[in-house]
Design a protein around this ligand. Structure first.
Ligand SMILES: [Zn+2]
Length: 120
């Protein structure tokens, strides 16, 4: 992890894991491959580009700190590296849109946020 930057550690980046045995890729860190069980996954830095797989709007804040931000969009993004992650979403996105990740502060926490590559 020393050469990677990850938003879960308050730094603007996204990491994923890849299995060296079967080449499977996934987002949530594990000590083994969820596909073949190999115990030596590697941690890699994502480029931050992908396509919108799904979109939704959060209208009811999950906690009081987020109440001022509703409604806000969330997206499932298929990253170019072959894994899927959930992010905040810019208004106006559509399924299949090409997106780039950046990072926003929300209630004091750094979060991934996707926006179309057409405007960046
Ligand atoms: Zn594997």
């Amino acid at each position: 992890m020393s050469d990677t930057v990850d938003w879960t550690e308050a730094a603007p980046g996204v990491v994923y894991q890849r299995c060296t045995a079967c080449d499977s890729r996934w987002y949530f860190r594990r000590s083994f491959c969820p596909r073949c069980g190999d115990s030596a996954p590697v941690v890699l830095q994502a480029e931050g580009l992908g396509h919108v797989h799904a979109l939704s709007v959060v209208a009811r804040a999950p906690c009081a700190a987020l109440r001022p931000e509703v409604p806000y969009g969330i997206a499932l993004v298929d990253a170019d590296e072959g894994f899927r992650l959930m992010t905040r979403a810019a208004p106006g996105l559509r399924l299949g849109d090409r997106v780039r990740l950046r990072f926003i502060l929300s209630a004091g926490a750094l979060l991934p946020y996707c926006e179309t590559t057409d405007h960046v």
